[in-house]
Write a protein that binds this ligand. Structure first.
Ligand code: UDX
Ligand code: ADP
Length: 459
């Protein structure tokens, strides 16, 4: 099928950047991103590019180049579906918070709503591409809805999981390690392959069956998360011995079978994917009664929760077993640098833990909005919104946030933190001044020289 018009349902962290790059690389295809959230669409259409709802290095330039030419943002979902030959489903699939599979399985209600919407509206044949991360066999469910509700229209379903990482989304999209397309119909697969083919070499476009494609996405994220939990497990051992986790990571990373990437010990992984996808994998394994498989992968999450918890526990015990009434400065709220996304960020859980101990937390993050931080904290439902506002303050200036603090927790590896005037920070803090570096970004010797009591992960 020749594709002239694409519609993407869901203008989020995946849909936005992916479609912007597809539009840039395919100037002859009209790409419309639709969303039920009018504020989000308005932000994508904002003249002021600093107001785009997703912050990604390089993204604003691409939006400036393509928006209004062949890239459009709209709330007219039905119109978008009707006009397009190819429809991407890129809506959120959070972990279920209710009913069967609560806390484990992916909540597919948004995906199902999209499928029903497409089935209701479509008057001509469509290729439907699942872009959201989904449990294995979701394509089958989408197919069944489309075929049973959709009348005479012919639908082809493809699985095309996205492997971009936030903070490097544009770079990852422009130079992907591979593009994965799973499907039954060779024609549909090739229609999509052609779109990626405008900038991705054909040997990097993998064609598989639908289920392999779906499972590959979950597996890729599970393997990546597992590496982090593995090095984080070693980091705890390092803290009890004379070993240094950075040195261990370098040493093992030079083994070409292991490789050097994704071996940074940290406060624990966050983000919208890793935990959700592993929980999904565990849920699927349990549903087939594969207990050993489920337990194996679940351990990755258990270790990650442990890592976050032991970070705040260490802060409390180092601060003479009490943080009550003490001001703690928190640098970073995003789950990693170069993004304004905070989903599952370790900062949320560490703050919650510290507030339970009656600390006052003062936060600074270069990109995350104040309202988002309170939303994240309130979502945990540990205390009232008023209490959270009284105990946590948010600052636009890091030096203001860190003034009179007893300790600093570094939660995100933002580059700017490294270039701060640490002597000045030391001078405005209470003494002894502690730094708990959850990202290993500062130099211990330098910090000690200034006078800080400095501790980091795995050293
Ligand atoms: C991940 C996958 O990398 C991507 O392929 C998939 O499409 C979506 O999920 P993302 O969550 O955006 O991407 O970011 P990623 O760079 O993978 O980082 C995830 C978390 O792991 C972050 O909290 C990061 O700080 C942490 N991390 C990463 C570490 O703690 N140590 C590392 O060595 C690498
Ligand atoms: P992701 O990280 O997967 O991109 P986001 O939460 O950033 O997830 O984005 C998903 C987007 O999908 C949100 O902007 C949400 O409003 C949108 N969305 C969810 N359900 C629907 C739907 N039925 N129709 C249109 N948009 C939807």
């Amino acid at each position: 099928m020749k594709i002239n018009k694409i519609c993407c349902i869901g203008a989020g962290y995946v849909g936005g950047p992916t479609m912007a790059v597809i539009a840039k690389m395919n100037p002859n295809i009209q790409v419309t991103i639709v969303d039920i959230n009018p504020e989000r669409i308005a932000a994508w259409n904002d003249e002021d590019l600093s107001k785009l709802p997703v912050y990604e290095p390089g993204l604003a330039d691409i939006v400036a180049e393509t928006r209004g030419k062949n890239l459009f943002f709209s709330t007219e979902i039905d119109k978008g579906i009707d006009e397009a030959e190819m429809i991407f489903i890129s809506v959120n699939t959070p972990t279920k918070t209710y009913g069967k599979g609560k806390g484990m399985a992916a909540d597919l209600k948004y995906v199902e709503l999209c499928a029903r919407n497409i089935a209701d509206v479509a008057k001509s044949d469509k290729i439907v591409v699942e872009k959201s991360t989904l449990p294995v066999r979701t394509a089958q469910a989408i197919k069944s809805i489309l075929h049973n509700v959709g009348g005479d229209v012919n639908f082809q379903i493809l699985s095309n999981p996205e492997f971009l990482a936030e903070g490097t989304a544009v770079e990852d999209l422009l130079k992907p390690d591979r593009v994965l397309i799973g499907g039954e119909s060779e024609g549909a697969i090739e229609s999509l392959a052609k779109i990626y083919g405008s900038w991705v070499p054909d040997n990097q476009i993998l064609r598989t069956n639908v289920w392999s494609s779906e499972l590959s996405k979950l597996t890729a994220n599970a393997f990546l998360a597992q590496r982090i939990s593995s090095i984080n497990a070693i980091s705890e051992l390092c803290e009890h011995t004379e070993a240094d986790v950075t040195e261990v990571a370098r040493a093992i990373g030079m083994d070409s079978r292991i490789g050097p990437k994704f071996l940074n010990a940290s406060i624990g992984f966050g983000g919208s994917c890793f935990q959700k996808d592993i929980l999904n994998l565990v849920y699927i394994a349990r549903s087939y009664n594969l207990q050993a498989v489920a337990d194996y992968w679940e351990q990755v999450i258990i270790l990650n929760d442990h890592q976050k918890r032991r970070f705040s526990d260490k802060m409390i015990s180092t601060l003479y077993n009490t943080v009550s009434g003490k001001k703690i400065g928190m640098l970073g709220w995003a789950f990693k640098k170069d993004t304004n996304d905070t989903r599952e960020s370790a900062a949320i859980y560490v703050t919650d833990h510290l507030l339970n101990e009656q600390a006052e937390v003062a936060v600074y993050d270069p990109k995350v909005r104040k309202s988002q931080m309170y939303t994240d904290l309130n979502y945990l439902n540990t205390r009232s919104e008023e209490e959270n506002e009284a105990l946590m303050t948010v600052h636009n200036d890091p030096y203001e946030a860190l003034k009179d603090t007893h300790a600093i927790a570094i939660m995100t590896e933002w580059d700017e933190f490294k270039s701060y005037d640490w002597q000045k920070i030391y001078d405005i803090m209470k003494k002894p001044a502690f730094i708990f570096d959850g990202r290993n970004i500062l130099d211990k010797k330098e910090m000690n020289k200034i006078g800080f009591e400095y501790s980091s992960i795995g050293k």
